[in-house]
Design a protein around this ligand. Structure first.
Ligand code: SF4
Ligand code: SF4
Length: 177
């Protein structure tokens, strides 16, 4: 085995032949529908992702329909890719101090680390489960509140529902214990 590995390392022809043999094996397996095939019939078939998977972000909404974000800038400050842009504005509601007039994430720069979610003190931004994100222009990768809070993929799912901070603290404590 060691001699074979040495030969593969020394001669690109041997390596190429081994590569072709692997490709040929998968080709025949796919053709006959046998063996453990790594390919799936996407988009009809989809892989099951872990619950810990971090996809496109979600901005949560409170029961009154307002965005839960208080424009505190903690997520933007914590973001290692510097891809969150927030413009804070004074809220017309007397009980609310500020709200994000603009909340944008540049998906092209985002590394999906989840630090924004961790930094948020009020559960206003969460890492979603969506992973299908393709655009024709780089400009379209900058997404705002309309997409982050109300995209059609979120319909009927609980992920954009804001949890009251009190409940959130209890959940975090339970998680930690
Ligand atoms: S997931 Fe990470 S890189 Fe992306 S916006 Fe949040 S903090 Fe920034
Ligand atoms: S999403 Fe959370 S951390 Fe970011 S500005 Fe809004 S309230 Fe602050």
């Amino acid at each position: 085995m060691k001699a074979l590995n040495n030969l593969k390392a020394k001669s690109y022809i041997v390596s190429t032949l081994f590569g072709l043999a692997t490709t040929g094996k998968h080709f025949v397996q796919n053709l006959l529908g046998i063996g453990d095939r790594p390919t799936i019939q996407y988009p009809e078939e989809r892989r099951a992702y872990s619950n810990r998977f971090m996809g496109v972000h979600v901005l949560t909404r409170k029961a009154d329909g307002d965005i839960a974000c208080t424009a505190c800038m903690l997520c933007a400050t914590n973001c290692p890719a510097d891809c969150i842009h927030i413009v804070a504005a004074e809220s017309p509601k007397p009980t609310v101090e500020k709200y994000p007039a603009v909340y944008e994430i540049d998906m092209m720069r985002c590394v999906f680390c989840g630090y924004c979610e961790d930094a948020c003190p009020v559960d206003a931004v969460r890492m979603g489960r969506d992973y299908e994100y393709a655009e024709l222009s780089e400009r379209n990768f900058v997404v705002g509140i309309e997409y982050l809070a109300d995209r059609p993929q979120l319909k009927g799912k609980n992920i954009s529902v804001f949890r009251e901070p009190k409940k959130l603290v209890t959940q975090k404590l339970r998680k930690a214990s």
